[in-house]
Design a binder for this molecule. Structure first.
Ligand SMILES: Nc1ncnc2c1ncn2[C@@H]1O[C@H](COP(=O)(O)OP(=O)(O)O)[C@@H](O)[C@H]1O
Ligand SMILES: [Mg+2]
Length: 394
């Protein structure tokens, strides 16, 4: 008998709830596109898409565990040797190859050292080809910028010799090194992973609950899908939490009632930690002691412009991309009709400052981007937490 945690797997390969999607741009499934791309010899595949959209899972599905070699951009620092890492991850001993290949290069003789290195690189490429391995450089944007350029340089030469590589990254982040690299142009297969539609997300719930013998009405599957904010991972989390609630109830209920959804959403936020991100956003940049203007809401509470921005993002319906006008309207809607309202320019200025504040910090804080009058929520889990997390000081 399968357990809920086998069916819904927010942190791992979802064997029983894997959903194959058709890319709206190409009209083909992502599996087909990726398969097609890696079959073109001499080409590098660049897979780009927002966080938690299923990029890694897609690679694992298409390539299979026996043939995939996964490296993360985070494995690199300035000094990391690309081939040494590629060898180690494939289970090859790099040092062993290095010395057994030729006599040990004389100390200080850079020429012979280089020659030995090139041979080693050949060996690694041959090994990958022989075992039909595909190297996936995941989260490429995590590699230091200068390193990304070096890696692209190494790949350029290697792919020509039949070395198969997929570079996975977030939109915009690694463009210069791969997609805008003149050396690689004409030798790139580009796959853009689009956010999940509500219909595709619903499938995860339907397929999963069906296997558990639990009935889920279409309208409920659809509500959960909307709250999942285009993220299959959130969908998996929420469904798993619904199961936990049903089990705790002990009623052995085999139907999902709409009443438990809000509880399931709140429980799901316990899996995430965005408390600090949200309090930083609400505080905004340091005012050096000066206090900000406060505005009165319809509920009779007072907030400054940063607190209002945070509130407006959390409003219904949950949306990952908000145009300036929408943010402004949401804020004005929150405020008392008669009272003072922040000027549009003041809201814009604060959005710019908020962007800079968050993007100057660690990765967990990089949840949004303000660009050309649009606010992009980069991290669906963050927006979900903002909507459903229990905050002590809200
Ligand atoms: N095709 C899919 N079908 C069902 N669930 C998926 C699928 N792709 C991803 N997921 C869910 O989303 C989670 C995150 O996917 P992942 O590939 O790690 O995202 P990314 O690499 O884009 O950040 C997975 O652990 C899984 O729970
Ligand atoms: Mg990933």
């Amino acid at each position: 008998m399968l357990k809920a945690e086998d069916i819904f797997r927010p942190g791992a390969f979802p064997e029983y709830t894997y959903v194959s999607r058709i890319s709206a741009l190409s009209g083909f499934t992502y599996e087909f596109r990726l398969n097609q791309a890696i079959k073109i010899s001499g080409f590098l595949t660049s897979l780009v898409g927002p966080s938690k959209m299923g990029k890694t899972i897609l690679c694992e599905k298409v390539i299979g565990l026996e043939h995939i070699v996964e490296i993360s951009g985070a494995d690199f620092d300035e000094g990391t040797d690309f081939w040494k890492l590629a060898a180690a991850k494939a289970g090859l001993s790099y040092e062993g190859q290095f010395t057994s290949e030729k006599s040990i290069p004389e100390a200080g003789n850079r020429y012979s050292k280089k020659e030995t290195f090139a041979l080693t690189k050949d060996k690694i490429i041959d090994y990958y080809k022989e075992k039909e391995l595909v190297l996936v450089i995941d989260d490429f944007h995590y590699a230091p910028k200068t390193k990304r350029m070096q890696i692209a340089q190494q790949l350029k030469d290697a792919i020509r010799r039949g070395f198969k590589t997929i570079v996975v990254s977030l939109p915009h982040r690694a463009d210069e090194a791969i997609r805008q690299n003149a050396d690689l142009s004409g030798r790139l297969s580009l796959i853009n992973m689009e956010p999940w539609t509500v219909k595709d997300l619903e499938q995860i719930a339907k397929v999963g609950f069906d296997q558990l013998g639990i009935f889920i009405d279409d309208s409920i599957a659809s509500q959960i899908a909307v709250e999942s904010l285009t993220s299959p991972q959130l969908m998996q989390y929420i469904c798993l939490n619904i199961c936990t609630i049903l089990e705790m109830d002990g009623k052995k209920s085999k139907t999902i009632e709409p009443e438990i959804l809000k509880t399931a959403y709140r429980y799901t936020t316990a899996n995430f930690e965005y408390g600090e991100v949200i309090s930083l956003m609400r505080k905004g940049p340091n005012t050096r002691g000066k206090s900000r203007n406060k505005f009165r809401t319809k509920e009779g509470r007072e907030y400054d412009v940063y607190e209002l921005i945070v509130k407006s993002i959390a409003e219904n319906p949950p949306i990952m991309q908000l145009k300036f006008e929408e943010i402004k309207d949401r804020i004005y809607n929150l405020l008392a009709d008669s009272g003072e309202k922040p000027k549009p320019q003041a809201i814009k200025d604060s959005l710019i400052k908020l962007h800079d504040l968050l993007n100057g910090k660690e990765d967990i804080f990089r949840v949004l981007e303000w660009k050309e009058d649009v606010l992009y929520i980069l991290d669906p889990l963050f927006l979900f937490y903002l909507r459903w997390g229990v905050r002590k000081n809200a």
